[in-house]
Write a protein that binds this ligand. Sequence first.
Ligand SMILES: [Zn+2]
Length: 380
Amino acid sequence: MPIISELKLAKELIRRPSITPVDAGAINILAKKLKSLGFKCEMMNFKNVKNLYAKLGKSSPNFCFAGHTDVVPVGDLKSWSVNPFSGVIKNKKLIGRGASDMKGSIACFVAALNQFKKIKPKFKGSISLLITGDEEGIAVNGTKKVVEKLKKRKEKINFCLVGEPTNLAKLGQMMKIGRRGSITGYLTVYGTQGHVAYPHKANNPTPVITKILNQISNIRLDRGTKDFQPSNLEVVKINIENTADNVIPAEAKATFNIRFNNKHSSTSLKNKFNKVLKSICDKNQCSFKISYMVSGEAFLTKPNQTTYMIQRIIKKITKIKPKLSTAGGTSDARFIRKISPCVEFGLVGKTMHKINEHVSLSDLKKLKKIYLEILLNYFK
Ligand SMILES: [Zn+2]
C-alpha cells in the first residue's frame, strides 16, 4: 500500500489551478490516490463540471466524506506573498488558494483513509467520497446533480461528513449541523415617467420602492431558535437608471437577500413578501414585478450518536469542545442532506477566499488525526 501524506497531497492539489469550474486535473489526482487504496472511482461529469464518487466496499453502513476541489479566483495576484498555485510552506504554514477551502481537508481525509486501511484492512461497511468541481460557482452541475443520480439508483449514504472550513479562528471551535436558507428577491416597481415640474402628470416609483424596502427591512421574521440565529433581510442594491435630472423615472429596481432559519421556507417567505409588495404598490397605483432565486432551504441535522462521537474526538485532539452551529453561508450539505444526515467539520477558515490563504501545518496533522479517529470509531 502507498504512503499518503496529507501535506504532500495538499500541495499537489493546490498546484492544480482549479478555479471554478475548471478542474485542471485536480479530481484525477484524487481518483488515482483512491484507486491505489482500492476504491472504485466513478466520474460523474455534467456539462463542463467534473465530479467524482469513489467507494470502498459494498456493505452498509456507508460513511461518506464530501468536498470540492474547485477554488475561488486569486484576486490581486500582486498582493500574494507567493504564487497562489505553488503550494509553498512559510513559517510553518501551507500557503495557496484552496489550502483552507478546501483542498487541505480533502488531503487530510485521504491520508486518514490510508492509515485507517493499514489499521483495519477489513471492516464492515463502506466508505465513500463525493468530490465536486462546482461548489464555489453556480453549483448546478456539481453535488446537486450527483446527489440526484445517487438518489435515483437508491445509493444509501448513512452519514456524511463535509470538510468545509468550519472553524473561524482555531481548529476545534465549530462543527456545523445545519445551515440557514438563502433567497434573493429581484424587484422592479413601475410608475409613470414624466416631467419633474409636472409631478401630477406622472407617478414616481422612487418613493414607493423606498417605502417597500423600508417596510420589508423592518419586518421581524422571528427571534431565532435554539439552533439558529434570527432570520434576516438585507437590501443589497437599489437601482434607478435615469440619465436626466428633470425626469421622473418610469421604474425603480432593488435586490434583497434573506438568510432564514427553519421556521421559514422559501415559499412561505415569497408569499409573505409578495403580500407587502402588492399592498404598497396598490395604494400608490404602481405595478411591480418580482422574481426570486432560491440558493437553498434551511435545514438542521438533529444531533445523533455520530454527531456527538465526532464532537468528542475533536475535543480530545484539539482540547476545544466544538460548538454545534448553523451560522454562516450555504454549503453543499444543502444538497446532500436530502439523502443523508450531514455534519461539517474542516480546517480554520480565517483566510478562505482571501489573499495569502493558508493553513498551519499542525492543523493539517490534527485534522488528519481527527478524521482517522472518526473512521475508527464509526467502524468499531
Ligand atoms: Zn468551500
